[in-house]
Design a protein around this ligand. Structure first.
Ligand SMILES: [Zn+2]
Length: 420
C-alpha cells in the first residue's frame, strides 16, 4: 500500500503489554519492531529484543498492543439503520463520501481489515489498496445473490428496485452460476448468498429457506472455478443453515438458528460462524425500524442468544463480525463484549477478532497475529481488555492504529514519542 500522506518508517513499540492474537498468555514489558517495509521483525519480551536502531519509537507506557482487528461482516456503503428503501434515495456522490467517512471511523475503531458482505463496490478496495482513501483493508462481496422475493430482492410493489445495486437475482442453478460470474466480473473478492430470509426484508422470515441446497452448491462450485473464492451465506433459520452447510459454504453469517446438528456439520466441514451479535444487542430500535423488522428482531433475540451461547460452548469456529449498518458503524469491537456476555472467554473473543478472522479471510499467513514475518497491523489500547473486554469497544481507548507499518491513528501523548 502506498500512501503519500503517511510515509512508512521503521517502528519500535516499547513498554507494551503484548497480546499477540494466538491466544497465548500476555507478555508484559514487550517490544514490537517493524521494518521500513511494514513487516514485523520482532514481537516478544524486551529482554530478548534486538537493540534499537534509530527507529521511530512509540512508547506504549504499559498499554496493550494487539493485532489489528477484523470485522468479517460489514456494509460500509450503508448508513446505520437506513432501511433498504432509503438507500436508493441518496445521490451516489453523497453515498461515496459518506462511505469514505465510515471507512475512516471503522479503522479508528481498531479494524484494520474488513469484509463487506453487500453493497460496497470493488473500487473502494482498490482505493484503500492504492492509498486514495484511508480505511480498513477490504474484501468485498459487491452484491448479494438472492432468489426472486428473497432477502436481498428489495422492491416496491410497482417493481422499482430499491436494493441500490445490492442484489443479484438467481432462481435456478444456471442463474446461480451466472450470478457468481457477474459479481466476480465486477471485482468481488468473495461471494455472498442468501440461504434464508431475514429480518430487514418485509415479506420473508428468518425461517424461510433462500437458495436451494443445489443452487448453493452451484454457487460454491462456480466460485471454486474462479481461484477458489469463498462463499459467505446469510443463514438465520435452521433449515437454511443446513442447506448452506451441505452446499459447501465457507461461513455461516448470523447463524441464529444453529442447533447441535448444524454445529456438528459445521465442525466436520471446518465452516466458520460469524454471529453478528451487534444486530441483537445494538441493532434493535423501535423508533427507527419498520414495525415488521422490530417484531422479527425481538422475537429472535432470545433464540439467538441461546443458540450462539451454545455455539460458543461447543467450540465452533467463531470469527468476529458485526453487520455494521444494521448496527452502528465505528464501534465494531463492542461485538467482543457481546461474545463475552454469551460465555466466551475474553482471550478467545480477541482470537475470534484476529487469528480466526484472518483464517476465515484466507490471510492468516500475513495477518491476524503479532509474530515476526507478519504484516504490521496493530493497535494500542488503554485499559486491560482481559479484565474488561469493553475497553476495546470504545474507540477513544484505541490510542494508536498501525496498518501495514503506517501509523494511521496516534493519540499517544507526544512526550512519550521519540527516537532512540
Ligand atoms: Zn449483513
Amino acid at each position: 500500500m502506498t500512501d503519500p500522506i503517511a510515509p512508512r518508517t521503521a517502528l519500535r513499540i516499547q513498554r507494551a503489554r503484548l497480546i499477540d492474537g494466538t491466544g497465548a498468555a500476555p507478555v508484559d514489558d514487550a517490544v514490537v519492531t517493524i521494518d521500513a517495509q511494514g513487516t514485523i521483525t520482532y514481537a516478544g519480551p524486551a529482554a530478548t529484543a534486538p537493540p534499537a536502531a534509530g527507529e521511530r519509537v512509540l512508547d506504549a507506557d504499559d498499554r496493550t498492543v494487539l493485532p489489528g482487528f477484523f470485522d468479517c461482516h460489514v456494509h460500509l456503503a450503508y448508513a446505520h439503520g437506513a432501511a433498504p428503501g432509503r438507500r436508493a434515495e441518496l445521490d451516489p456522490v453523497l453515498v461515496t463520501l459518506d462511505t469514505v467517512t465510515r471507512l475512516r471511523r471503522t479503522l479508528d475503531a481498531g479494524i484494520t481489515t474488513a469484509r463487506d458482505l453487500g453493497g460496497l463496490s470493488a473500487g473502494f478496495r482498490t482505493a484503500v489498496e492504492t492509498g486514495r482513501v484511508v480505511g480498513p483493508r477490504l474484501h468485498t462481496a459487491v452484491r448479494i445473490i438472492s432468489h426472486t422475493g428473497g432477502h436481498a430482492d428489495v422492491r416496491l410493489p410497482d417493481g422499482t428496485d430499491l436494493s441500490a445495486g445490492m442484489s443479484e437475482i438467481a432462481d435456478d442453478t444456471a442463474a446461480a452460476r451466472l450470478a457468481v460470474r457477474r459479481v466476480l466480473r465486477d471485482g468481488a473478492d468473495l461471494v455472498k448468498v442468501c440461504a434464508t430470509g431475514g429480518m430487514g426484508s418485509p415479506y420473508d422470515d428468518p425461517d424461510d429457506e433462500g437458495l436451494l441446497e443445489e443452487e448453493i452448491r452451484a454457487v460454491v462450485d462456480e466460485a471454486r472455478r474462479h481461484g477458489g473464492k469463498q462463499v459467505a451465506a446469510h443463514a438465520q433459520g435452521n433449515a437454511g443453515i443446513l442447506n448452506a452447510l451441505r452446499g459447501g459454504v465457507t461461513s455461516i453469517e448470523h447463524g441464529y438458528g444453529l442447533d447441535e446438528r448444524a454445529l456438528d456439520l459445521a465442525a466436520e466441514r471446518g465452516v466458520f460462524v460469524v454471529p453478528t451479535l451487534s444486530t441483537v444487542y445494538a441493532g434493535i430500535n423501535k423508533d427507527t425500524m419498520p414495525d415488521y423488522h422490530y417484531q422479527k428482531k425481538t422475537r429472535w433475540s432470545g433464540v439467538t442468544k441461546e443458540n450462539i451461547a451454545r455455539a460458543i460452548e461447543y467450540g465452533a469456529r467463531i470469527a468476529l463480525g458485526t453487520d455494521a449498518a444494521v448496527g452502528p458503524h465505528g464501534v465494531n469491537l463492542m461485538e467482543l463484549s457481546y461474545l463475552v456476555d454469551l460465555g466466551m472467554d475474553p482471550m478467545a473473543a480477541i482470537v475470534a477478532g484476529t487469528r480466526t478472522a484472518a483464517e476465515l479471510l484466507g490471510v492468516a499467513d500475513r495477518l491476524g497475529t503479532l509474530t515476526a514475518g507478519r504484516t504490521a497491523d496493530l493497535i494500542l489500547c488503554d485499559g486491560d481488555p482481559l479484565r474488561d473486554i469493553g475497553v476495546l469497544g470504545d474507540p477513544a481507548n484505541i490510542v494508536c492504529v498501525v496498518q501495514d507499518g503506517v501509523v494511521r491513528k496516534d493519540l499517544l501523548p507526544t512526550a512519550t514519542e521519540g527516537r532512540l
